[in-house]
Design a protein around this ligand. Structure first.
Ligand SMILES: CC(C)(COP(=O)(O)OP(=O)(O)OC[C@H]1O[C@@H](n2cnc3c(N)ncnc32)[C@H](O)[C@@H]1OP(=O)(O)O)[C@@H](O)C(=O)NCCC(=O)NCCS
Length: 130
């Protein structure tokens, strides 16, 4: 939805202090409270697979279960598809709750391997197709 997209861009800008480009073919999942966005995540298709990216909870609402709730929704949206995620190493257990499993960076699809190479303190995770 166009409204969701604009709200997500504004939310990411406020939370991350930068603009996030959201392509038209991405699925966007938002958590709202009284209409206000409190969390967002993107499911980006690309190169025949799917990537979960830019999972962000409003800084004032972190560690209150919002991220877990949104991640569970993302898991349902991913459904039977394969999905990759490049994330902070300390979030391995968090993403594990949605069946993401740590993999060797060499097992990433090539377009993600390049991005991973530029990242620090991150791990590669994959949710297997059902
Ligand atoms: C990471 C993030 C999405 C998690 O969402 P959240 O709503 O804060 O997480 P929850 O309250 O559902 O936490 C569930 C569990 O995940 C783990 N966890 C969440 N945030 C964590 C953190 N910063 N460090 C370590 N463990 C964390 C904990 O085990 C936590 O359980 P606990 O609070 O009982 O210890 C959120 O904190 C966030 O937006 N952080 C900043 C942006 C970011 O780093 N995004 C992830 C990019 S890979």
């Amino acid at each position: 939805m166009a409204g969701d997209r604009a709200d997500a861009v504004a939310f990411y800008r406020a939370q991350l202090g930068r603009d996030v480009d959201i392509a038209d073919d991405e699925e966007l999942l938002l958590e709202r409270e009284g209409g206000t966005v409190i969390a967002s995540v993107r499911l980006a298709p690309g190169h025949g697979t799917l990537e979960l990216r830019t999972m962000v909870v409003d800084a004032r609402r972190q560690r209150t279960g919002v991220g877990t709730r949104l991640l569970a929704r993302a898991g349902r949206a991913i459904g039977e598809r394969e999905c990759y995620c490049i994330c902070w190493s300390y979030l391995e257990t968090f993403y594990g709750t949605a069946d993401f499993v740590r993999i060797a960076p060499t097992a990433l699809p090539e377009f993600l391997r390049k991005r991973f190479a530029a990242a620090k303190d991150q791990i590669a995770m994959r949710r297997a197709p059902r």
